[in-house]
Ligand binder design. Sequence first.
Ligand code: FES
Length: 155
Amino acid sequence: MDPGKNLLSIGETASRSGVAASTLRFYESRGLIRSLRVGGNHRRYHRSMLRRIAIIRVAQRLGLSLGEIGAAFATLPDQRTPTRKDWSRLSSGWGRQLDRRIAELQNLRARLNGCIGCGCLSMKNCTLYNAGDEASDLGSGPRYLLGDTPPQRAD
Ligand code: FES
């Protein structure tokens, strides 16, 4: 088989993936995809990059950052393109991450209900407002949104 048949120009890759050439160059600059350089320093992408690009797009739709996607790709041996089995593992981990985010957002939504129509934005009473970061002793992240309650105060 002609190895050149597996190489696509940036225009062909953009056309087949539905991703703009400028975005492909950006992904490449972030180490998410790779190209070979041929005469005239033109890029050629191996066909397997189409699968990587598809995974990047799906992961972005799930709300993952390019850094998180790159970290997931880095777990693959020799930076290979994810196989069906790899994709199953990655998507399963991302599914759990999505579940955690949904739970956090539901918690945030429930707390927001208490603020609607209130308007106090009180550091003492409002569980959404914590300008002084009084919850930092409880751990990292948005503690009150994660379920911790603000300390009771005597006014
Ligand atoms: S604005 Fe009053 S409790 Fe949040």
